[in-house]
Design a protein around this ligand. Sequence first.
Ligand code: MRU
Length: 336
Amino acid sequence: MVRMLDQTRLPHEVVWVDCPDHQTVAKGIKELWVRGAPAIGIAAAMGFALGARAIQAATYDDFVRQIKPIHDTLAATRPTAVNLFWALNRMDTLVQLHKDRPVEEIKERLIKEARAIHDQDIQRNVAMGGHGAKLIREGDTILTHCNTGALATGGHGTALGVIFTAWESGKRIKVLVDETRPVLQGARLTMWELQQNKIPATLITDNMAGAFMKKGMIRLCLVGADRIAANGDTANKIGTYSVAVLAKAHKIPFYVAAPTSTIDFSIASGDAIPIEERNPEEVTNVFGKVRIAPTHVDVANPAFDVTPAKYITGIITEQGIFKPGELKRTLGRKRT
Ligand code: MRU
């Protein structure tokens, strides 16, 4: 059984959902019960292990035949966050490496691998927090977009994890939180996590960021990532690109925090990153309930945008902080 905290119900209700099979895990990823690139990867690995456990197969070939549709169901949930495909690839590789072992042993190893992916993500976030916190000064106000905290990861967080680490080290900082239309991850989830950690935070609508920068009220921008191309171009929640361009115009450092599992060295630039188009109702309605637009309007709802590397000051990973152009040379070979 996999248990998920249903993030669509936060911050008003804390509801855990039991997922008895991989189909329910896939539904949970698609419907954003679990979201955030690293958390999606962990959920996919757990779904894979859950699906594998239910397989009745006498031979390795039969097992592989039955695991394929499980992989495909999980892979078809959300296209942008590469962590999903990275995690499924790790699970596939483990199956291939143990083709001489009994099926029951492979199933056990898959469960251990899913747990390892979860544990490693937490360790990576903590390491990332240590590197990134050095960029934060006493008294800083930091702008963030979307949710990149414990909810979006195995625990601790990426960009928000950096903020947590700086706060825990005693730096008195403030966070400006973009509400993050249309799904409001900033307003609902980031504000909730910051409140739980008692970190001073102010919620703003996405279109206020420029005005706060102009007034000199933001010292640093910190965001997460869903997929980073080999040249450092970064896909993240829609609206990130606007923040990056504004930051450049106001000479404010703009950093991306992401584990190396979010870097996709197989694609040269952000042009090749698939961008998920989501249900128009996320834009026309609030929480799918209150309609705010006339009926029958044309709607676009790309869930992510790509920030070109030239707008990114640095990328904070568990292995250190790199300029976008340094990723391939420094990390291209040793990624796990
Ligand atoms: O659509 P979501 O909520 O899954 O999008 C999440 C983001 O864009 C996050 O900023 C990104 O995954 C980084 S999470 C550590």
